[in-house]
Ligand binder design. Structure first.
Ligand code: G6P
Length: 614
């Protein structure tokens, strides 16, 4: 996690870096800091907590300077306080450095440096980097960029680093391994660096994504040069950003999460736009077309993901197994990578990741690749690490998701997986043409139906009011609504801090039923479909124990409507597509409950959006 941002050029660096940090705050908000080169010295500004704390602290200070680096932290080594905040300085205050990632062998390096007389101020792993760079620079008599390159050859771990030196006010050096870093090239010969493109897009759309073990040397006179870790020059690959600035603003909504929930009619549409045509009866995921044969013949499709993306994978499992009759397994990336999985060239491994940077997912993919599997990606962030290491993939096109709790990225992932299931089913001949066309038409109608669900906002807010003080909550669903229940529970716990569990409705009898009393809200996805009657029975079991039922039902349903304490209707759709609609009211419920409880909806405590540490 952690966000890094830097600027060097003719403009004042501080406002650019500060604004960039605000954009990257979703990556961590334990502390923030900025280093500026001022009059041949480095000025350091650091504060525990959010970027706004840093802003207040710096408001009366001199923040001038044309070269600056900034960092917003999600703590790994060392408490989230001012001292542990980045940037970190060399002892003589000549070099300042910011880092996203983890230095795994920092302990050994630290001991060596301590024995050479280095004094550490912080408890971070990062501080070893700056002292090691300083040490090499002095002992080998090389400039700080070369010293950093040499230092990195001693480092085990993941990093995105930007370093500056007061002796070279016109230079900035950056390096990456496993943690993302983008360089923006401005029109005025100035440069912007950041963990992702969001802090850059308002200044320039011309960017270079650094590759693993690549070092960028920026010199205001000589421009941008890239090297590998062995010091061989590399040719920069310039790309144009397609992101628009408006996508990064709240656009009148109180929170990013609420904006992103409301964006879903558009994001789902953007996700399938150009990829299906119900009238002509085709679906095509261009990015993976060449791999579909392989997927159809694969021993297994293994979906690997974390958090919300893992839930999307579970929905995909139901769809692909049922429609295309291909064996699918869904794995937590962190478990997969450490359990010596049986995976080989007959498997196709599909990583699902909003950010495309999740460390466990990335590592699990690398493992699968090393064992010969074909690796594919379903990512939202264009140019992200996962999208770059995979053999092929499909972007979700949901646009930037800023709220830490994932909403529109989830429905976009489910949309891609639905398209994938339909495409494979058609090619395999496991779906009739009539069904295929009907499902395409139903999918095309989903954005309009999501709009209808969103209109229930006031009703959902009223329900939220009734349950905002609950201490526990249970979410139940069957079939592809089971992952929706998991996702509903995750949304509630991550932003409102109410303990919530998602369960397959039938499993309730094997444990959770013991928890049910008149205090317990039970959210049930009870839409029309194959398991409807069974879910109705489960609802009765909850009612018999005085639990409160909040049911998501299909418009026009009367049975559950009468049984439930509260109900939220969603428009009728094919059962395969219910997750795309049933998720929406659960997102809104969590949102309103969190707001009523005074929680920070967009930046829930202890969480970060992009988990780049394992
Ligand atoms: C974090 C985020 C979640 C996300 C998960 C996986 O926990 O807070 O919202 O679902 O990481 O992230 P990814 O970017 O791989 O989808």
């Amino acid at each position: 996690m952690c966000g890094i941002v830097a600027y060097i050029g003719k403009k004042e660096a501080y406002p650019i870096v500060l604004k960039g940090l605000k954009r990257l705050e979703y990556r961590g908000y334990d502390s923030a800091g900025i280093a500026l080169i001022q009059n041949d010295a480095i000025t350091l500004l650091k504060k525990q907590g959010k970027v706004s704390n840093l802003e207040d602290f710096a408001s009366k200070l001199d923040t001038s300077g044309f070269c600056g680096i900034g960092h917003t932290r999600w703590a790994t080594h060392g408490a989230p306080n001012d001292i542990n905040a980045h940037p970190h300085l060399s002892m003589d205050e000549e070099i300042a450095l910011i880092h996203n990632g983890i230095i795994e062998n920092y302990d050994i390096l630290k001991k060596e440096l301590l024995s050479k007389g280095y004094i550490f101020k912080s408890e971070t792993d990062t501080e070893v980097l700056v002292h090691l760079t300083d040490h090499i620079s002095k002992t080998e008599n090389v400039w700080f960029g070369e010293a950093l390159r040499l230092a990195l050859s001693h480092v085990v771990g993941a990093y995105a680093i930007v370093a500056i030196s007061k002796k070279y006010p016109n230079r900035m050096v950056a390096a990456r391994k496993s943690s993302p870093l983008v360089v923006g090239v401005g029109a005025d010969g100035d440069f912007y660096l950041a963990s992702d493109a969001t802090p850059i897009v308002e200044y320039t759309k011309k960017v270079v994504y650094l590759d693993d073990e690549e070092i960028a040397v920026i010199d205001l006179n000589e421009g941008l040069k890239l090297y590998n870790i062995a010091d061989q020059p590399k040719t920069p690959f310039f790309q144009q950003l397609e992101m628009e600035l408006e996508a990064l603003e709240k656009g009148g909504y109180e929170h990013f999460m609420l904006k992103e929930i409301h964006e879903q009619p558009r994001s789902i549409h953007d996700c399938f736009r150009g990829r299906l045509n119900a009238e002509e009866g085709w679906v095509s995921l261009g990015g993976i077309r060449e791999y579909e044969q392989k997927m159809m013949q694969a021993n297994r499709l293994i979906m690997i993901a974390c958090g919300t993306s893992w839930h999307a994978g579970l929905v995909g499992e139901y769809l692909i197994e049922d429609l295309a009759r291909i064996n699918v397994e869904v794995e937590y990336a962190s478990e997969f990578r450490y359990r010596n999985p049986i995976v080989n060239e007959n498997d196709v491994v599909i990583a699902i990741s909003q950010s495309g940077e999740t460390a466990d997912t990335l590592a699990a993919l690398e493992l699968a690749k090393s064992r010969g599997a074909t690796i594919l990606g379903i990512c939202n962030v264009v140019g992200s690490s996962i999208s770059r290491i995979t053999d092929a993939g499909s972007y979700t096109h949901a646009g930037p998701e800023i709220g830490v709790a994932s909403t529109k990225a989830f429905t976009a992932q489910v949309t891609v997986l639905t398209l994938m299931a339909l495409s494979l089913a058609q090619k395999k001949g496991t779906i009739s043409d009539t069904n295929f066309r009907m499902l395409l038409a139903e999918l095309e109608a989903i954005p309009e139906k999501v709009k209808i669900v969103l209109e229930a906002n006031d009703k959902i807010e009223a329900i939220a009011k009734e349950y905002k003080d609950a201490r526990n909550a249970l979410y139940l669903g069957r079939g592809s609504s089971f992952p929706v229940a998991l996702e509903g529970a995750l949304k509630l716990k991550e932003i409102s801090y109410i303990h919530a569990e998602g369960y397959p409705a039938a499993e309730m009898k094997h444990g959770p039923i013991a928890l049910i009393d008149e205090e317990m809200p039970v959210f049930v996805i009870a839409t029309q479909g194959a398991s409807y009657e069974k879910v109705v029975s489960n609802i009765q079991e909850v009612k018999a124990r005085k639990g409160k039922i909040i049911a998501i039902i299909t418009e026009g349903d009367t049975t559950v409507k009468e049984m439930a304490d509260h109900y939220i209707e969603i428009p009728e759709t094919n059962e395969y597509l219910v997750p795309l609609l049933a998720t929406i009211p659960l997102q809104l419920l969590s949102y309103h409950i969190a707001v009523m409880r005074g929680c920070n909806v967009d930046q829930p405590r202890n969480l970060a959006k992009s988990v780049t540490v394992e």
